[in-house]
Design a protein around this ligand. Structure first.
Ligand code: SF4
Ligand code: SF4
Length: 302
């Protein structure tokens, strides 16, 4: 077995989130309770660390700050991928859960990336406070930070919601892959590598909503990604493949829309949720000004 250089690997360490973004690629809007333990992270990262060396390794969720083991997982990731550009990707609303993180980010040279998800008036002060905090960490402690726009270019990749979810039926997987924002986002979920978060987390949301009983989902739930038993050849092929049959579940044309970030139907005890009434939502016309005002760059890494 050899170790292969790969460009990018994502590791979702929880499916809990303090936002509820309709269309979340990790299905974290559905209050899935999965939480990667330190023991799981150790086994999965150690074993995959012998097979792949990612240039860019992203720890995300759900909201990674809701995982009580985030600091230990960051330490582990740095030990296993000493050369990688490692980044924690957050919504910024739960920094108080891990006051030790700035120290770790600085000493382990791990970046922090915040995505802005909405322009509603109740959410913006909270995310702005997080942005100010990150800018202070950058200025005072040299922590690498980044910001992304998850408002524009937000697209649906399945139809319906919750138990009514259905895959697209455009029947053009190549076209779906070509327009896809997640086409290079290999995910490590349940100890296996998956083409993208949408397919990697499908079995988890499928279990919650009984999607296995719908024949439309059968070909997609049958996909199992790549396990450690894969040969070197299979591993290389997995990372170099473009379109796969599973891309057929996604739209072949993207439909930008304004997503809902509220907890509408899925309650989650113990997590602070933002309750935002529709009258607080800014008009879309004001959005570019709002983003500029809070200093958000418009580019999101591919
Ligand atoms: S902030 Fe929104 S997009 Fe990000 S993980 Fe949470 S629900 Fe998903
Ligand atoms: S299945 Fe294919 S098209 Fe759909 S999100 Fe994943 S990579 Fe993109």
């Amino acid at each position: 077995m050899n170790t292969y250089d790969v460009e990018y690997l994502e590791f979702p360490i929880t499916h809990l989130c303090s936002l509820h973004c309709d269309g979340c690629s990790a299905y974290a809007n559905y209050a899935l309770s999965n939480m990667v333990t330190l023991e799981q992270a150790e086994v999965w990262l150690t074993s995959w660390g012998r097979r792949v060396k990612p240039k860019f390794f992203r720890i995300l969720g759900g909201e990674p700050f809701l995982n009580p083991m985030l600091p230990q997982i960051v330490i582990l990731a740095r030990a296993i991928f000493p050369q990688a550009d490692i980044q924690v990707c957050t919504n910024g609303l739960n920094f108080d859960r891990h006051p030790e993180m700035p120290f770790l980010l600085r000493t382990l040279n791990v970046g922090l990336f915040l995505s802005v998800h909405s322009q509603d008036k109740k959410y913006l002060p909270k995310v702005r406070a997080a942005i100010d905090q990150m800018q202070a960490w950058h200025t005072n402690e040299g922590i690498r930070i980044g910001f992304g726009d998850n408002i524009h270019n937000w697209n649906r990749f399945y139809k319906g919601i919750g138990e009514d979810m259905l895959p697209f039926t455009d029947a053009d997987p190549k076209a779906s892959w070509e327009v896809c924002h997640s086409k290079h986002c290999v995910n490590l979920v349940d100890g296996r590598l998956w083409k993208c978060p949408q397919i990697g987390n499908l079995h988890i949301v499928g279990e919650k909503f009984g999607l296995g009983s719908k024949p439309e989902w059968a070909p997609y739930l049958a996909y199992k990604g790549l396990g450690l038993e894969a040969t070197d050849k299979e591993l290389v092929s997995f990372f170099t493949k473009s379109t796969e049959a599973v891309c057929g579940m996604c739209p072949s044309r993207l439909d930008n829309y304004r997503k809902d970030i509220q907890n509408v139907r899925f309650k989650m005890p113990g997590i602070e949720r933002l309750e935002i009434a529709s009258e607080h939502v800014e008009s879309l016309e004001n959005l570019p000004e709002v983003l500029r005002e809070i200093g958000i760059v418009s580019e999101v890494p591919a």
